[in-house]
Write a protein that binds this ligand. Structure first.
Ligand code: PMP
Length: 358
């Protein structure tokens, strides 16, 4: 390479690989933890009432209506909420804002595979702490010098939920670092740590509208923390792009938050289907850590993850599989409708009986 080449000045990164979004329609799509139900009908109304000619205007930079609705829903002040374009955008902003020391940030070895990518792009040193053999977080691992901490609760892709008491123990032990809890899947049965933000000024909770609110395509995420943290995040956001969330999205997001009944109902349906699916998977020889999310991370006692993944794919059922240490035999299966899960279970029975396993 030429010594003066522009190639020397490129910010080289190893990008995140998102789950596949197939163009084909007749696929049972259980690979990216989307919600199988549509968003609230109030979102449809909001969409239809949006004035097309208003698209010529820039959106509200502070997403005031949406922030107000979220503040009321989560019993915090408006100044304690930061909104962004999906929680990926919010987490990325949080990395940039808070993980700014020479010390390594800490996250589990098996976790959301975007964390090491953000650390890479922002040149943040990091250290992965191994989950125990049951995929549980060991609180002691997070009681050392660090530049920040992040993990999801429930964790992804395992679905394992940790009690707020254990999380509080980690927050308490790290007054000099910002601790971020990524609660993308908390609505499926867990208890949010939002209730702790007034007690700990180093705590930031991040949630998304992509799972429990069926709005993955609209891209809405938010963070809740003390006013100081939120102000720092807004300072960084307004130093990059003030108009992140478009006007239509702001309206749809607000309508979703205001329809609590629909939200509760949808979440309940998914939890019921999840519990039924757990039972059916156990009956055909799968094991999994108990999941409190909208997916199950399962492996079969005698057939490899790789094999089941490709056999399901042939039958037009997509799940997620990682060819990585410790989890190569697992499949992450998103909870779909009861009908979709029935198709999954019969496809699995078919695959297992072909291999003379059932
Ligand atoms: N955190 C976790 C743990 C996730 O699994 C996801 C979904 N890929 C996200 C954050 C990001 O979700 P979104 O950007 O759609 O809000």
């Amino acid at each position: 390479m030429n010594a003066c080449s522009f190639e020397n000045n490129i910010r080289r990164v190893e990008p995140y690989v998102p789950g596949e979004q197939p163009k084909e329609r007749n696929i049972i799509k259980l690979n990216t933890n989307e919600n199988p139900y549509p968003p609230s009908p109030k979102v449809k109304e909001a969409l239809e009432s949006f004035s097309y000619s208003d698209m010529r205007l820039y959106p509200d930079t502070s997403s005031e209506e949406l922030v107000r609705a979220l503040a009321a829903r989560y019993h915090v002040k408006e100044s304690q909420i930061f909104v962004g374009v999906g929680s990926d955008d919010v987490i990325s902003m949080a990395f940039l804002t808070f993980f700014n020391s020479q010390k390594p940030i800490l996250f589990p070895d098996i976790t959301y595979s975007f964390y090491d990518v953000w650390a890479g792009v922002y040149r943040i040193p990091y250290e992965c702490k191994a989950l125990d053999e049951n995929f549980r977080i060991k609180a002691e691992d997070y009681k050392c010098e660090n530049g920040g901490i992040i993990f999801p609760n429930p964790n992804a892709p395992t679905g394992v939920y940790e009690d707020p008491e254990m999380i509080e123990d980690i927050i308490k032990a790290n007054p000099n670092s910002v601790v971020i809890i990524d609660e993308a899947y908390i609505d499926f049965g867990g208890k949010s740590c939002i209730s702790l933000v007034d007690k700990y000024d180093n705590l930031l909770i991040i949630q998304t509208f992509s799972k429990s609110r069926s709005l993955a395509g609209m891209r809405i995420g938010f963070a809740v923390g003390n006013e100081k943290l939120i102000k720092y995040m807004n300072d960084v956001k307004f130093s990059i792009n003030s108009y992140t969330m478009n006007a239509v999205t702001q309206k749809c997001g607000t309508a979703s938050v205001l329809d609590e009944e629909y939200f509760q109902d949808t979440v309940k349906r998914i939890i019921n289907t999840r519990e039924e699916t757990k039972q059916k998977l156990l009956e055909i020889g799968f094991t999994f850590p108990d999941s409190m999310s909208n997916f199950i991370f399962a492996k079969h006692r005698s057939v490899s993850g790789d094999r089941i993944f490709s056999e399901l794919r042939k039958r037009k059922i997509f799940v997620r599989h990682w060819d990585k240490p410790r989890i190569g035999d697992y499949l992450r299966i998103t909870i779909g409708t009861p009908e979709e899960m029935d198709s999954l279970i019969s496809a699995l029975k078919d695959i297992l009986s072909e291999g003379n396993i059932l």
